[in-house]
Design a protein around this ligand. Sequence first.
Ligand code: HEM
Length: 194
Amino acid sequence: MAEWVMAEILNNPNVMKNVQDELTEVIGMNSIVEESHFPKLRYLDAVIKETFRLHPPLPFLIQRCPDESCKVGGYTIPKGTTVYINVWAIQRDPENWTNPLEFKPDRFLNQKWDYNGNNFKFLPFGSGRRICPGLLLGEKILVYILASLLHSFDWSLPKDEELELSDEFGFVTKKRKPLIAIPSQRLSDASLYF
Ligand code: HEM
């Protein structure tokens, strides 16, 4: 997931600038990232959510199988049916999202969105009683990795390297071509890197 976020940020230089400006403001150029900074990194949070929208790691969630026949959205689901929930399609549906294929973190800046699976337009961690139990851990690790990478380093693509954003179909949505990016020191105090 961190790879997808880095790829989207590298593909959108204005987003990279906004993320790094926020990191500079919240953390400062003489410190490194700590957990206490996380709640203040609202733009980075929006960037991560927008990446989850376009690249949900589990595009079909885990299959459901009702033990009684039921009706959902006007459709009868017979007992024992294997039901796939196509989150990938839901999160790119123009009925749910304006210009769904555009990477626009601002749509998540209004604090209306969370990962709890109560809004069926945005379900990267699933929903209901089988929602991902690692949600809080997964989210925190992701913020920590990305904030650290983007605060401590500037990033560029190798010369003549074209950025590829296509995915590979599977149980988990992987980038078709691994991202290669080059870091350079961003903080002036070299001792912060040890
Ligand atoms: C970016 C991080 C992660 C994402 C996007 C993610 C996403 C998901 C999704 C979509 C599901 C299926 C939920 C559903 O069908 O409603 C799931 C299930 C699950 N996840 Fe995660 N997950 C992440 C991290 C983790 C971590 C860190 C752990 C454990 C430490 C974890 C453990 C599990 C388990 C055990 C299930 C199965 C739950 C069940 O079937 O009751 N996940 N995850």
